[in-house]
Design a protein around this ligand. Sequence first.
Ligand SMILES: [Zn+2]
Ligand SMILES: [Zn+2]
Length: 354
Amino acid sequence: MAKTMKAAIVDKPNVITIKQVAVPEIADNEVLIKVKYTGICGTDWSIYTGKYSADKLPLIAGHEFSGVIAQVGKAARGLKEGDRVTADINMACGTCYYCRRGQKLMCRDFHQLGIHVDGTYAEYVKAPYDQVHILPDGLSFMAGAFIEPVSCVIHSSKAAKVTHGSSVAVIGSGLGVLHGLLARLRGAAPVIVIGDNEKRLAIAKEFGVDVTINIKDGKDPVAEVKKLTGGRGADFVVEAVGTPATYEQAFRMVRPGGTLAAFGICAGDDTITVKPFDLVLGEMTVVGSCAGVGPDWPDAMALIAAGHIKPESMFSMVVPLEELESALKELRSNPDLIKVFVSADISKREILAK
Ligand SMILES: [Zn+2]
Ligand SMILES: [Zn+2]
């Protein structure tokens, strides 16, 4: 067993250094995982630029991952060396007011792997054994590194409780395309996805979405959605962008008595203008969802393993660990890149989708 490993460390805002560091030492209730792939997430950009987790630096970021168990702690149950795995990144105290009520994500001692504690932009990562999920046979390591984002979308979809035959409008064509797909899987009709990138909207179509709206065509998305829903607005609206302007749009896009699922993450001090009048007389439901947790993980794995979610068309490329910093920047400047993975096992980038 190697004593040191290669890791990409966010030393301070806007500085990532590749270093040899000690391989994490596991406690009895933990396992050590040799990382295969890590998907780059918007949160990684926020950590890199110091907008998020600045008090945790230096930090090894990276949380959407898959790998192979390299070492098992004495108290770890149901897992063995060589298991192909991923891990639920959401860790909580287990004993506080929120944890005791099953609201782990609200725990005051909440911390996430790769966001608050060292993650997977490295050769190895450690995780508590009860957070670890074995990948079903036939689920690739790359898809395994995509379970985290799918679990987040599933968490939101469960919270919104979309029903058969109801109209769903999704604002956003990043994870928004997956929201569109899950709405289809729940029997919604029509499903509308609104975005600003033809390539991403084409993937939404491939996922079975009924209508896509490209805002670059200059059309008002609220008016378009109303046109498609008898002038009422959609039964369900998902905000999956995370800007005040798109949230205000989402509130105007929901029909009276409808549901708004808040998914996109705004800046901490962003505010929006909403008319309380519309909330009361319109009996609107607003559901927030912050992450995929607990059963959302096996649910995500089941949908991918059975082929109901085929995320591969969202996979753009794999880059070596050394190119993490440049890939973070490329993702900001090239909207045609969707999911980019990082691997410590390769020395040259591999392009996956045209
Ligand atoms: Zn993520
Ligand atoms: Zn707690």
